[in-house]
Design a protein around this ligand. Structure first.
Ligand code: UDX
Length: 456
């Protein structure tokens, strides 16, 4: 049996829209809804309102084929569909409190349906452990008894910038269920996708998602702290990482030093996990430390700049790359925001220019007004006394030493992501200081005094 399903998806962010368009592409009939009427109006015309490689084509193709539809009120989503994916945002505040307001508003507005099949609600949003249980209890107490419903946890692991690829080629598919029937139906739905399917209970599924993101955060913070140690001791972190990565138990991925993790998932999910763990009486001290270490990184980079450039308050500094990672225009929790704020706070008078190939417009609304957003890297670099590569966009790698020397007042580059060939640049008279790398200028000059992390 490979029956096509009627699916509804609530929430048209990267996760919801990619999931909806992806299942439509697999032949299912999908209705995507959102409370944002303007977004739905755009999507109905076939316009994806943000940049995600391959998603526009996927949406257009399935809209034209009639398998994908937009609109309808979220409250009606379950009237015709047998499966509802919930992919709404679950923002976390600074204290790790995850807001389930959007999720509850969806759940509390679902209208009763008729018919005798069990409707499935699959939660894709990242949520605290136990949420699927609570959703089910809340629905059962509100809906008439004849509305049969079963709630599942189907977390999403897709990355921004490769969401479409990740949908069609997932690392794993996790299905957390309380009933074997729902498990079997959801397994059938995912059968045409490669990657192992793991069916488990709902709480394990919910925790596995948080645990995976937190592990990645710990790995990155480990890399960044080790890179700082390499700087302080005159070792070369990229060599150290390469050597570590050859051990299959460690692996080479997610060991790159930089200005830290940002984005819509890792920062918020780690904070939420720390809070949840404290409340559950099983504190995650490693994850808490990873969060603290991450927050300190922009300050460390500012201090590197201050060590390399005298009197920064009277200089012009260019920031290259503003999005939280290359290949996206997403500024959510981007390290560039904290970096710019720290630079201005510690060095009043510093003139900041900034350039990003995709996130310039988004950054304009978020960066302090004093930062001049430029249309090209050349414009940002022209007359600058130093540049900081914050996000490692490909195009920065194409610049030659001659370009930097021609454009900049002084060719000093803090390569925050080790994206340039620093040896080659240094040999040609550009001061390029990588993350966790031996600097071109004497170690003593950029050695940072003491411990940077606060004690708790
Ligand atoms: C992440 C997870 O990868 C994904 O599985 C989950 O579903 C959502 O969160 P995403 O937020 O798209 O996906 O970003 P990802 O590509 O994983 O990068 C996360 C951050 O870590 C970026 O800010 C990136 O710059 C940083 N990073 C990554 C490093 O600093 N060093 C590395 O080695 C890798």
């Amino acid at each position: 049996r490979n029956a096509f399903m009627k699916i509804a998806v609530i929430g048209t962010g990267v996760v919801g829209l990619t999931t909806g368009a992806g299942f439509a592409d697999l032949g299912h009939s999908v209705l995507c809804v959102d409370i944002d009427a303007a977004k739905i109006a755009q999507l109905s015309k076939g316009l994806v309102p943000y940049y995600e490689p391959g998603l526009q084509e996927l949406v257009t193709r399935n809209l034209d084929a009639g398998r994908l539809q937009f609109g309808g009120a979220p409250s009606h989503a379950l009237r015709d569909a047998e499966l509802l994916f919930v992919a709404v945002g679950t923002p976390t505040d600074d204290h790790g409190e995850m807001s389930l307001a959007s999720l509850w508003s969806v759940i509390d507005r679902l209208e009763p349906w008729t018919g005798d099949s069990v409707k499935m609600i699959a939660i894709k949003s990242t949520v605290p452990v136990g949420t699927a249980d609570r959703v089910e209890a809340r629905l059962r107490s509100r809906l008439p008894e004849e509305c049969l419903v079963d709630v599942a946890s189907v977390p999403e692991f897709m990355r921004e910038g490769s969401a479409v690829r990740d949908f069609f080629d997932p690392s794993r598919i996790v299905i957390g269920v309380a009933s074997p029937e729902t498990g079997a139906r959801l397994e059938l739905l995912h059968r045409r996708l490669p990657g192992g399917i793991i069916v488990t209970d709902r709480r394990s599924s919910e925790l596995a998602k948080l645990a995976s993101n937190a592990f990645l955060a710990v790995k990155i913070s480990y890399a960044n702290e080790m890179a700082a140690l390499a700087e302080q001791t005159g070792a070369d972190y990229p060599s150290v990482a390469k050597i570590m990565g050859h051990d299959p138990r460690i692996g080479p991925l997610f060991l790159n030093a930089g200005l830290g993790f940002g984005g819509s998932c890792l920062p918020k999910d780690t904070r939420a996990l720390v809070r949840l763990a404290d409340e559950a009486g099983a504190p995650q001290t490693l994850v808490a430390a990873a969060v603290r270490a991450n927050v300190m990184l922009p300050l460390r980079t500012v201090r590197k700049l201050e060590a390399a450039l005298s009197d920064p308050g009277r200089r012009k500094v260019a920031l290259l790359g503003l999005a939280f990672k290359p290949g996206t225009d997403d500024m959510r929790e981007a390290p560039s925001l904290r970096l710019a704020a720290e630079l201005l706070r510690r060095n009043p008078g510093v003139r900041l220019t900034a350039y990003d190939p995709a996130a310039g417009e988004a950054a304009r609304k978020l960066l302090p007004g004093a930062v001049k957003i430029c249309a090209t890297a050349e414009e940002a670099l022209t007359g600058a006394d130093a540049a900081i590569i914050v996000t490692e966009w490909r195009e920065f790698r194409l610049f030659q030493a001659e370009d930097f020397k021609k454009w900049m007042n002084r060719p000093i580059i803090i390569d925050g992501r080790n994206s340039l060939d620093s040896e080659a640049l240094n040999a040609q008279g550009v001061v390029c200081i990588g993350a966790g790398r031996l600097p071109a200028i004497p170690v003593e000059q950029i050695r940072l005094p003491g411990e940077l992390l606060p004690k708790s």
